[in-house]
Design a protein around this ligand. Structure first.
Ligand code: FAD
Length: 552
């Protein structure tokens, strides 16, 4: 897998454009006062960056070359910059500013578990820091070396560990190397008739090991579970030896070591292999669009679906601002499409009493045999109707399905125009959903007002559980001319995060802690909880060699 752009998301040459979306320019002009036609903040060229020379003692370099061969030990400046950070908006802003105080000194690419062990042994002997690197898609500051780190820093890129080793077809469990990227994992499983079913928005540029180390969640988690459910057995190279957990469906063997590794962000060791649950590829897969009169009605419908016997793969409902943004990103419509849209909106207003500016778009996914999908659609349709919603068919769902991995490119497009856009997501019980939603809206818009900036805040429910759901907020604002964009971003992001923990919601549902969310950890899990995590890391890694400074 080719490395991502050093200054943005995805591969060179792939970008978002507004040119084929005629409604987007006027929409952004109205909401943010921004003229999309003018890109004013292009990233610098790589040659313009000032980079510190690597500090890699000859003895350590020789030991690393002995562990993985000289070709797999890189001090190439571009390699070091790509491995310096993830892809949070803070990362992107600082990369673009050339603000690179501490790069990894070396990037090392082991081929297998033995080589990972040899690298870790060499690193510990030299008291070096090791930061495991999957796809580099971290959005919570989980990859950056501490600015004041004086020891050599090794970025351990797991990308060569990319194979499905074995499938136990009786148990539907696959042994997989941890550095495999999403597409390559699915390609290997699909060839045998299976799927892992884990599809985060970052799927194309993230790895199994990264998913496990951040407790990731995919858009089809309602059917397949979060990565915490998908992951059964683990093999982890730690400073004290090989940590192995058996791939059993459940166990009563004390506090769960498997759970300790999940979300450990490289602080406990290097995950080399996981045994994951896989499922037969479904016969049929459908994403159907629905419209609800209000967000409250959409949320109530999702809650009732979670409480029913329906088995769906995706539950998603956008609030009115996100619905309007989605409509604004439509491609140019044909005359037939326009007429159809007019007929639909007239029906919604006149017959169903919708106020169009309150309308909310929803997608629900179905998988399985043809008859299963048909039955589920029927059952869900009844719930939707009960909440005043309307089925709009598979057209919008198919479009959403095609576009789902393109959205991350929008952040770079907006940054090129001087606008930071970011996300904050959280989980809470169903009973707290509307309280959290209202509190976050008040906090986000309050922050825009405090800064005196034009901003946009939108939200969708992205994952449902029996007892609660995940709300996913996206915000963008036009910074004050001459002001520090990052300082203004902090005001908005902090207000939203604080509203989460003040209202009984988690600091994150699936984006991990890293350094970005660490200030809210104690408010989320309590002081004794933080002490427990600190003691775990100190016991496993007394020299603080493994990704220090993350989580706690
Ligand atoms: P990296 O970013 O390389 O690393 C993340 C952390 O895991 C680091 O602490 C690293 O040290 C550690 N790590 C990586 N590999 C290993 C290993 N083998 N052993 C030990 N530690 C390891 N997340 C979601 O869950 N769902 C989404 O839908 C989603 N969408 C995103 C969209 C965008 C645009 C962006 C930028 C991020 C998104 N994320 C999402 C966040 C990110 O993709 C996830 O956190 C992902 O799991 C990280 O995987 P990675 O392979 O890129 O790991």
């Amino acid at each position: 897998m080719a490395a991502m752009k050093w200054w943005g998301w995805g591969l060179d040459g792939v970008e978002f454009t507004h040119e084929d979306k005629p409604e987007l320019g006027p929409f952004i002009k109205q909401q943010l006062g921004l003229d999309l036609a003018r890109a004013t903040e292009a990233p610098p060229t790589f040659a313009e960056l000032e980079l510190a020379e690597p500090s890699l003692p000859a003895e350590l370099r020789a030991a690393l070359e002995g562990a993985v061969s000289a070709e797999q030990v890189s001090v190439d400046p571009l390699d070091r910059v790509v491995h310096a950070r993830g892809k949070s908006i803070r990362d992107l802003i600082r990369q673009r500013r050339g603000d690179l105080p501490r790069l990894p000194d070396v990037v090392v690419r082991p081929a297998d578990e033995d080589e990972v062990t040899a690298v870790l042994t060499a690193a510990l002997a030299a008291d070096a820091v090791v930061i495991p690197f999957g796809g580099g898609s971290s959005i919570s500051g989980s990859l950056e070396p501490p600015a004041d780190e004086t020891r050599p820093v090794i970025s351990l890129d797991l990308g060569r560990l990319d194979r499905v080793l074995e499938i136990d077809t009786v148990s539907r469990l696959a042994r997989v190397q941890a550095g495999v990227f999403g597409p390559r994992l699915e390609e290997q499983l699909n060839a045998r008739g299976y799927t892992c079913g884990h599809f985060p928005d970052s799927f194309t540029h993230s790895t199994l090991g990264g998913w496990i180390a951040t407790r990731s969640s995919g858009m089809q988690s309602d059917r397949y579970g979060d990565i915490a459910d998908v992951t059964r057995g683990l093999r982890v190279v730690t400073p004290t030896g090989m940590l192995i957990t058996q791939p059993v469906p459940s166990a009563s063997n004390g506090p769960s070591v498997r759970e300790m590794v999940l979300g450990s962000e490289g602080r406990l060791g290097v995950i080399t292999e996981a045994t994951i649950q896989v499922r037969r590829l479904p016969e049929e897969r459908r994403i159907i669009g629905y419209l609800f009169p209000t967000f409250a009605a959409g949320l109530a419908a999702m809650r009732d679906i979670a409480d029913s016997e329906c088995q769906v793969s995706v539950t998603r409902v956008s609030d009115a601002p996100e619905t309007q943004f989605s409509f604004a990103t439509r491609k140019a419509q044909s005359t037939g499409d326009k007429l159809q849209w007019k007929a639909l909106t007239t029906y919604l207003r006149r017959r169903l009493g919708f106020q169009l500016d309150q309308m909310c778009l929803s997608f629900i996914g179905y998988e399985g045999s043809e008859s299963h999908v048909a039955e589920q659609r029927k059952a869900v349709g009844k719930i939707v109707k009960r909440h005043g919603g309307l089925t709009v068919g598979s057209g919008p769902g198919a479009l959403y399905d095609q576009k789902k991995f393109d959205t991350p490119y929008i952040r770079d497009f907006l940054l090129d125009r001087g606008v930071p856009a970011d996300v904050s997501e959280t989980a809470m019980p169903w009973s707290r959903l509307s309280t959290v939603y209202d509190a976050v809206n008040a906090a986000g818009h309050g922050a825009f007002a405090k800064l005196g900036v034009q901003g946009y805040l939108m939200c969708h429910l992205s994952h449902s559980y029996h007892g609660g759901a995940c709300l996913y907020f996206t915000f963008a604002f036009r910074p004050t001319p001459g002001a520090d964009m990052l300082a203004q971003y902090d005001v908005v992001k902090s207000a939203i995060q604080q509203a989460f923990v003040d209202n009984g919601a988690s600091l994150s549902h699936h984006h991990a802690v890293g350094t970005e969310h660490a200030p809210w950890l104690e408010q989320d899990i309590s002081a004794p909880g933080v002490a427990l995590v600190q003691a775990l890391f100190a016991g496993a890694d007394p020299g603080r060699n493994l990704n220090p400074g993350k989580i706690v």
